[in-house]
Structures are given as C-alpha cells and as structure tokens.
Design a binder for this molecule. Structure first.
Ligand SMILES: Nc1ncnc2c1ncn2[C@@H]1O[C@H](COP(=O)(O)OP(=O)(O)O)[C@@H](O)[C@H]1O
Ligand SMILES: [Mg+2]
Length: 254
C-alpha cells in the first residue's frame, strides 16, 4: 500500500514560490487499480514523480508498505517495488530492447518471454528485440517499450503516466486488455494509472481527480465516474473545470 500524507511540492518560479502540489493525502491500497485524472497542468505528472522519487516533496511524508520512503532515492524505491513509466519516454544509448526488458524483469528471460511483453503493447516483437533503444525509434515505439519494461518488472506498485499518449488506437485497445488482465491477476500489488481515457477510467476501482494541485474528488469508480461523463477528453479543457467545480468538493468522496 502506498500512502501520501499531506504532500506539498513547491518550486521557485521567477523568484516566487509556486505550489504545484498542495497538501495532497491519498492512498493506493493493495490489489486495487487507481486512476488519477483531471485537467492538464493540475499536477498529476508531478505527483507520479514524487511517488517515484524523481522529485522530493517540500512537505509531507510518503509511506510504502508502512515504511517511510520520503527520503529514499529513485533506485531504492525501484528496489522496494515501485515501477514507473514516464509520460515522456527516455532513450538509452547502446542498449537493445531485449536488454532493457531483461534488466526490468531482473532475471534471465528467454527471447520468447521478452517478446510476449512487447506483443502485449502492440509491437511485433521479433522486429524489435534486437533493436537499439536510440533515436531511430519513434516516440510512440519508445513509449510502448517503456510500458513493456514496467510490465516485465512486475512491481508491487506500477505507475503509468498517460500510457495512451502517442499510441495508436489498435495498440491502445491491446493495452487496455493488458491492464485489465493485470487487474484480474493482481495479488499483493497495485496499479496507478494517470489517464484521461474513458476506457481506462472504466476499469478503475477508484478514481482520484487532481485539479490545481489538490484532490478535487476521490472515490469508487461508480461514484466519481458519472460526474465525469461529459467525456474524459473534455476533462483536459477549461469547460469541464467549471463542471467539476459545480459538483462541489465533497460529493462522492469516500
Ligand atoms: N519543476 C517545475 N518547475 C516549475 N513548474 C513546474 C515544474 N514541474 C511542473 N511544473 C508546473 O506545475 C504544473 C503541473 O504540472 P504537471 O504535474 O505536469 O501537470 P499534469 O501532469 O496534471 O498536466 C504545471 O503548471 C507545470 O507547468
Ligand atoms: Mg502530465
């Protein structure tokens, strides 16, 4: 279980402190799939980076499996079982896709096993396993390779930041199946997906709406989802912000 307690994140912006995350408390229980959604610029990616240890909170504590991990590094958190896929994929020079999947899995996978992970994100595996992870891969390909590495890692907590971004529709449908299967076969682990996609919101156990750096709404999917039904894409737009405001801060929360 992951617990954020009163997490704040402030940056210096033109000499002034800017609070990107303001006193957020939330829980990702074991055996649950939690989807974080909300308007662009609301602080979702920052939240993911705070969880992965890429950014350190300026206030509050983070607990994982009951242990305070606030001061732990990215590597330590990864070792403890936090797997993270960036919204913007990273490129690694001189390393093959196969190596990346094997490193992520932390054990010797056969080519066939590695290929399975790539196939599940819609990459024809044989074309990819031997390729170098460099500029010759498109953004969408890199993104999918990265998702495949998080799947291969089989972490206690897997965090995906907008897995739909840069992915074609066919692969996206496949990916939904992958998430659904992950959810069905979940044991002691949990999944956190940041997404605007209706299909992903649909498979959530709980939905958390982050807006302007605070938790705007939080609750079971069936409680929160109906209030988002103007279309999740619209969530990113200003129009919908008004709608969320109209719903009030309290309704639907657990
Ligand atoms: N390191 C930073 N320095 C200054 N501003 C930042 C930094 N990181 C994020 N921001 C700003 O914080 C806000 C939230 O960003 P982000 O977490 O990426 O939102 P989301 O993922 O919900 O779209 C945005 O206005 C963004 O420009
Ligand atoms: Mg983001």
């Amino acid at each position: 279980m992951l617990e954020l307690k009163n997490i704040s994140f402030q940056v210096d912006s033109e000499g002034k402190g800017k609070e990107i995350i303001r006193n957020i408390s939330m829980t990702v229980p074991d055996r649950k799939l939690i989807v974080v959604t909300g308007p662009n610029g609301g602080g979702k990616s920052t939240l993911a980076k705070l969880i992965a240890g890429i950014e350190k909170p300026t206030g509050g504590r983070i607990f994982f499996g009951g242990e305070d991990i606030t001061d732990k590094s990215i590597t330590e958190r990864a070792r403890m079982g936090i797997g993270y896929a960036f919204q913007q994929p990273v490129r690694f020079k001189g390393i093959r896709v196969l190596d990346l999947i094997r490193i992520a899995a932390g054990k010797s996978l056969t080519i066939a096993e590695a290929c399975e992970y790539l196939s599940s994100v819609g990459l024809c595996a044989r074309d990819y396993v031997d390729r170098e992870v460099n500029a010759s891969l498109s953004g969408g390909e890199l993104k999918r390779i990265e998702i495949a590495t998080v799947l291969a890692r089989n972490a206690k907590l897997s965090v995906f930041d907008e897995p739909e971004a840069g992915i074609d529709l066919w692969s996206f449908r496949n990916l939904i199946d992958v998430f659904r299967r992950m959810r069905e076969t979940i044991k002691d682990s949990s999944i956190l997906i940041i997404s605007h996609q209706e299909r992903i919101l649909n498979i959530a156990d709980e939905i958390i709406v982050i807006k302007d750096g605070v938790v705007d709404r939080q609750g079971l999917r069936d409680e929160v989802y109906p209030s988002l039904n103007a279309g999740t894409a619209a969530l990113a737009s200003m129009e919908c912000e008004g709608q969320i405001r109209a719903m009030g801060p309290e309704g639907g929360a657990e």
